[in-house]
Design a protein around this ligand. Structure first.
Ligand code: HEM
Ligand code: HEM
Length: 188
């Protein structure tokens, strides 16, 4: 994240505010919202009696499949250059740190989605998305593996949320303290 201004791919200084494309902004905020909803659902149902959990688990699975679709679209969008604005990185420590955090978030979310499917399938049940069952392509799993997949899914959920909150705070720091228009290019 470059606080000094925005430079386009030809190295020219560009007048602020520069925005990410509408699609990129929608994909970003849809991902953020779905991840926070998934986390909240998981943390709420584990505190409920077993008999009351089913509707929340069911919503978690449907939203999980939706999130996977949004995520795949987002990665495809990004690797094909659809992200639309490019910055000549200033190469500062802060720039590299921001880049690393974004990359790490992508990797963690991808792994978390895969773990979610595996946590479900390893229990011998399909992932049901809005009433449509997606059956496991794998054979049966033992109970210990099923339990472990659920646990790693839970730990990684916490790690993603902690990192995402830090990332959100960094964005607010840009908006409130540096006042460099960075948040506007994703929000506006
Ligand atoms: C679960 C929540 C979130 C995730 C997973 C997430 C992920 C990401 C990723 C991967 C990028 C890199 C851009 C790209 O590759 O498309 C990004 C950019 C950005 N995010 Fe988030 N984000 C989240 C929440 C937030 C929140 C809450 C805010 C603001 C308060 C925010 C503000 C921004 C801004 C301003 C950028 C653009 C940074 C730049 O232009 O250099 N994000 N986000
Ligand atoms: C980034 C997205 C996701 C987040 C943040 C998330 C978060 C959580 C949390 C916090 C729990 C509660 C953990 C516990 O039982 O202690 C959970 C459980 C679960 N999630 Fe997710 N989840 C995500 C995506 C998915 C997806 C895509 C699926 C499947 C399609 C899924 C399937 C499950 C299942 C089956 C459980 C129960 C695990 C078990 O206890 O065996 N999740 N998730």
């Amino acid at each position: 994240m470059d606080g000094a201004g925005v430079i386009d791919s030809d190295g020219r200084q560009v007048a602020s505010p520069v925005r990410y494309s509408r699609e990129t902004r929608w994909l970003h905020w849809a991902t953020a919202l779905l991840i926070l909803a998934q986390f909240a659902l998981g943390e709420i149902w584990i505190r409920l009696p077993r008999a009351d959990r089913a509707p929340l688990v069911s919503l978690h699975l449907s939203l999980g499949v939706l999130l996977a679709a949004v995520f795949v679209t987002r990665v495809a969008w990004r690797v094909t250059g659809g992200r639309a604005i490019r910055f000549a990185s200033a190469g500062t420590m802060a720039d590299r740190a921001a880049h690393a955090v974004h990359g790490l978030l992508y990797v963690m979310i991808g792994v978390e989605l895969a773990l979610g499917y595996m946590a479900r399938w390893s229990g011998g049940r399909p992932v049901v998305a809005f009433g449509i069952p997606i059956n496991s392509p794998f054979g049966p799993f033992d109970h210990a593996t099923h339990h472990m997949l659920g646990q790693i899914h839970n730990w990684l959920a916490w790690a993603i949320v902690v990192l995402a909150v830090g990332h959100g705070l960094a964005a607010l720091y840009h908006a409130r303290v540096l006042r460099d228009g960075l948040l506007r290019r994703m929000w506006g």
